[in-house]
Design a protein around this ligand. Sequence first.
Ligand SMILES: NC(=O)c1ccc[n+]([C@@H]2O[C@H](COP(=O)([O-])OP(=O)(O)OC[C@H]3O[C@@H](n4cnc5c(N)ncnc54)[C@H](OP(=O)(O)O)[C@@H]3O)[C@@H](O)[C@H]2O)c1
Length: 336
Amino acid sequence: MSEPIALPASFRAYVVERRDDELRRGLTTFSAEDLPPGEVAIAVEWSSVNFKDGLAARADGKVARVYPLVPGIDLAGRVLVSGDPAIAPGAAVIAHGYDIGTSRHGGFAEVARVPAGWVVPLPEGLTERDAMAIGTAGFTAGMSVAALEERGLAPGDGPVLVTGASGGVGSAAVAILASRGHEVWAATGKPEEHARLRDLGAVGFLSRDEAGGPGRPLESARWAGAVDTVGAATLPYVLRTLRIGAAVASSGNAGGAELVTTVLPFILRGVALLGMDSANLAIEPRRALWRRLATDLLPRGIDDGITEVDLDGLEAALDAIVAGEARGRWVVRVGG
Ligand SMILES: NC(=O)c1ccc[n+]([C@@H]2O[C@H](COP(=O)([O-])OP(=O)(O)OC[C@H]3O[C@@H](n4cnc5c(N)ncnc54)[C@H](OP(=O)(O)O)[C@@H]3O)[C@@H](O)[C@H]2O)c1
């Protein structure tokens, strides 16, 4: 077994702290004693900014379960210390989901410590930066496409709708579906993003209003499948326009969490609502899905929509993602 690599005596961490009703956030200096328990300490090289991170850094976000909290629901880096013989010091790894960045410190610090059972070996073919360009958003997109295909969606079946298409999950879903041969339509509130989404493989577009206005309980059956990241008024639109037997993979609430629909799409068209919860996926299917994200589910081209920030540049990205201003993804250069 490789020798452990010493943890630095101190390192930088972006911390959210709550005092009464006031939230303070910013960079501070941490030491190993500040980290939660776990068998594996990781020198974090890259993290990314997800919608949930934006919420974790807001007083009204309802995501942070402990304070102080280092947000960052995903991270990639090199193992420093490991109590698990299967995970060697020096190995390149990913960790995301479970309690990372919500109930325990996450990726916006130069060192993270996690249970060995949450560690994913970096799949061959991906760098740590690639893994965070994909990140939890790309992972959720891959999970959504895999779920739709497991339920029977196949290329050639007809148009597949992706909502919130300019965002992290949406952009990756467009890229993955298109490279697998599906006919992808993108619903977006940002017409200026059409060109980028077309480059990722979208062939048709809907405005946010078209994919979310009021409507009859059942409308013209149009979509062979859908990936919905918006919720609110958009998911009911998707349900009432899915074809007979089609499914929507629902992962997000970027537009709001309330769902007002009728049962008619379920009982008259047999449509299915597939819930996507990337945070709680068990470790073996998580590792298997990452291997697919490096191969047949690789979201080709999403690197064009990547903005790189470092720990000092996090503030603006955290605010922008909650304001719905995402255009692709932000990767965070943490160390290295
Ligand atoms: N279930 C899971 O495991 C999981 C994992 C990752 C993310 N999520 C959730 O999935 C959602 C998307 O995450 P993300 O990382 O892709 O976020 P993101 O990068 O901020 O993208 C969200 C997109 O939704 C659209 N949008 C934003 N505000 C909206 C509004 N008020 N009404 C309608 N559309 C709106 C925008 O796209 P357009 O401008 O193109 O319309 C925005 O770019 C979030 O709710 C996030 O919490 C869930």
